[in-house]
Structure formats: C-alpha cells, structure tokens
Design a protein around this ligand. Structure first.
Ligand SMILES: *Cc1c(COP(=O)(O)O)cnc(C)c1O
Length: 408
C-alpha cells in the first residue's frame, strides 16, 4: 500500500479562524498576560456549558489537577485512590503533594475505574478520603456506582475529564460530577488552546483559593505579602483566545469523531475485535479517540519489555505492535493504550487493587480462564487508532483495509 503523502495523525489540532481573531484582540488591546477579556469569556462559556458554579482557567490540565489535589487537602503520606489505566498526568499531582497513589483496576464495559475494585479498595484501605477518576478516551465512567461508593465512604471525588469534554452520562456533562473536576486544552484534545486547562467546582471558596494559589498566592496588601505557597498556573489571555475561538466548534468536532468511530466499527465488524465500549442507553461519549481490542482467539504471541516489543506472526492472528507498525508504514499514527500506572517502574512500589483484592498479590496476569488484571489485559490487546477529525473517509478506508490485512 502506498503511504499517505500527508501524515494521518492520531489527533491533531483543528483550527477554524476565529482563534486568530481573539488572539489578535488580546494583542491589539495589549492584554498579553494572565488577565483579560478572553479569560473572562472562556470561564463564562465553560460555566454555562458545564453547568458549574465556578470555573478557573489554568495553564494546563495537570496544573488544574494539582490545584484539585491541594483543595482536597492531601497530606504527605496519605493514600489516594486513582484509576490505573490513564495518562500519568492524572497521577503525578497526587505525588507533588506527597500523597501515595493506590491504583484501581478497570472494568471491561467502559475501560474506566471498576466500581467493584473501588469497593474492594475501601475494604483494604478504609482510611482513604480522596478518589481520582478518569473518563478514558472520552467514554464516561460508571458514575452512579462510583458516586454511591464515594458517598458511602465519605470520600471526595476528583474527576479528570481531560479527555472527555462534551461527553455526557445520563445527560450530565463529565467534569460536573466531582467535588473538583478538571478539563484540558492540550494540543491533541477534542478542542485546544495549544495548551491550557480548567478547574471546575460548585464550591465558591475552593474557586477563590485556586485563583489565589494559581497567581502566586498574594495577600490583599499593597506590597507582595504571602501567607501561603503560590504557583504560576493561570491561563494566558492569548491561550484563552484560542480556546474561545475553538469552543463553538466543540459539537462539530464531536460529531466528526463519532463518524470516525462508527466507520471503524462498521469497517471492522466482521473481524475478531471490539471497539472501546460504551452503553449507548446511558452515555454519549465525545469519541475523542477510537480504540480497538483484539479478541483472545486472534491475539498473537506478543511480549513487551520496558522499552521494546516483539511478536510472532501467525496466520489469522495479530498484535497491537503489528498493527501500529503497519499503520506507521502507510504514514498513519496509532498509539498503544495508556500503559497502566501500576505497571510503570516509577510506581512499582504502589498498591494496586482489582475486584479480586490486592493486585500485587496476584502472581500472574491470568488465573485459569478468569482475567484478574483487566487494565493490563486492555493494554496488552488494545490500541488507539488514527482518530484525527481531518482524516477523510477515503483515507480511513485505507487504514481499515490495512488493519484487516493484519488478521490474514
Ligand atoms: C491530557 C491529559 C491530562 C493533562 O492535561 P494537560 O493539559 O496536558 O496538562 C490529564 N489527564 C488525562 C487523562 C489526559 O489525557
């Protein structure tokens, strides 16, 4: 197959023109700083869209998570429950504050935090007060179950909706369930500011604290007076201009991503694979990334070390590594599933809980027929497909054809 002349990206920024207008406005009015009308507007737009009382625009999703972890009052040495199947940015802010992440396994229905594993974790660590939950690849987690467990144990829910802006659970936006929630405007997200993020909460005091902390914690004095440690985490008014220009196109991007997802689903439907799942009666994902998982019967021999992967080609079988290689050969970008945090060298000493209990005590990833490490299984057999919303149907058909070849 002939490689694409222009690379098909996993997910790249899609600009529309309005972004420049608002950036220009920041320039022309000389509000080239972390204050100005774009910032005011972005916070207002987000408040309305998310139906949240308070929104603080920040420099990144990661800084927003850091603020959320501080607001939750995590202390040095305190354990915090956190989704294991996620990007490291979900977890790192816990560690910035000296907390100890306790990783929670996924379920197969949405790939997000398994409520049964979370319940098990509260049995093992009843003292835990904070849960950090992610909505992976734009598919909402099982919110009713998770909320109920958090309430039962009096735990604070921090929601990482960095990948799921615009996705809803029973008609309610992801990012509006947590006591503190965050979103991200990183370059590859569903809409972007090139960078940027926001903290969302219904608690006015927490929003006030975040505004203060994120602008170096100045006290109300004429000089620079400080009673608390500060951070330089506020969003720039120029970045806010980009976000402001992008926002009207959010629904448009979601519709395009949904089309891409459905085309993959249709094009791969007779293969031994499944797409990243969701329950259409309960949720509407934002379809940020289309992902697939190879069924066991078609999953070839595949091993990964810390930095390399090897597979054996067998007729009728394939592996994520083979598919990613073949896509790269035609100049299309896929990606492995996020490698679970409990499998990362940096977190090898951290506890891990599955629905069967202490995940570290499980000597094998597979116990007879029962998979006991769901997130590791999704990582092993899954991959993210090229999901750029500028990819044409013709281009996607070629990608689908290439994937089909891997199963020959
Ligand atoms: C992108 C992302 C973040 C971090 O957002 P940044 O704006 O890049 O700091 C956090 N969590 C998840 C799940 C993400 O995908």
């Amino acid at each position: 197959m002939k490689p694409f002349d222009k690379k098909i990206w996993l997910s790249s920024p899609t600009m529309h023109g309005d972004e420049l207008k608002y950036m220009q406005e920041a320039y022309d009015t000389n509000w080239m700083t972390t204050a100005g009308s774009n910032l005011v507007e972005v916070e207002k737009i987000l408040k309305d869209y998310m139906d949240m009382k308070e929104v603080v625009a920040l420099s990144s999703g990661t800084s927003a998570l850091h603020m959320a972890v501080k607001l939750a009052g995590i202390k040095r040495g305190e354990k915090v429950f956190c989704s294991t199947l996620t990007f490291s940015a979900t977890v790192n802010p816990i560690v910035y504050e000296g907390g100890i992440p306790v990783f929670i396994d996924s379920e197969y229905d949405t790939w997000n935090m398994d409520p049964a594993a979370l319940e098990k974790a509260f049995e093992l660590y009843p003292e835990v007060r904070v849960v950090v939950l992610v909505h992976l690849y734009g598919v909402p987690a099982k919110m009713d179950e998770i909320k109920l467990i958090c309430e039962k144990h009096g735990a604070i829910l921090i929601e990482d909706a960095a990948e799921s802006l615009g996705a809803t659970y029973k008609g309610k936006q992801t990012g509006s369930f947590g006591k503190y929630s965050i979103i991200s405007f990183n370059g590859n997200k569903i809409i972007t500011g090139s960078s940027g993020g926001a903290l969302l909460t219904n608690d006015i005091f927490s929003a006030h604290k975040t505004r203060k902390w994120s602008t170096q914690s100045r006290e109300a004095a004429v000089w620079y007076q400080h009673e608390e440690i500060g951070y330089n985490y506020r969003m720039s008014n120029v970045i806010a201009g980009v976000v402001r220009g992008q926002f009207p196109y959010l629904e448009n991007h979601i519709a395009q991503k949904k089309e891409i997802f459905n085309r993959y689903k249709e094009g791969l439907k007779d293969l031994p694979v499944s797409m990243n799942p969701y329950d259409e009666l309960i949720v509407e994902p934002n379809f940020w990334l289309s992902c697939m998982m190879i069924k066991n019967e078609a999953f070839g021999k595949h091993v990964r070390s810390d930095k390399e992967a090897l597979y054996v080609k067998e007729a009728g079988k394939t592996t994520p590594t083979e598919i990613l290689e073949k896509l790269a050969n035609i100049n299309a970008e896929g990606r492995p599933i996020w490698k679970p945090m409990h499998l990362q060298p940096i977190f090898r000493m951290n506890p891990y809980v599955t629905r069967y209990g202490d995940g570290r005590a499980q000597t094998n990833a597979y116990l007879s027929e029962v998979v006991i490490d769901v997130s590791a299984d999704i990582f092993n057999r899954g991959l993210c497909l090229p999901s750029d919303n500028k990819m044409t149907e013709a281009e996607q058909n070629i990608i689908i054809e290439m994937i089909r070849k891997c199963f020959e």
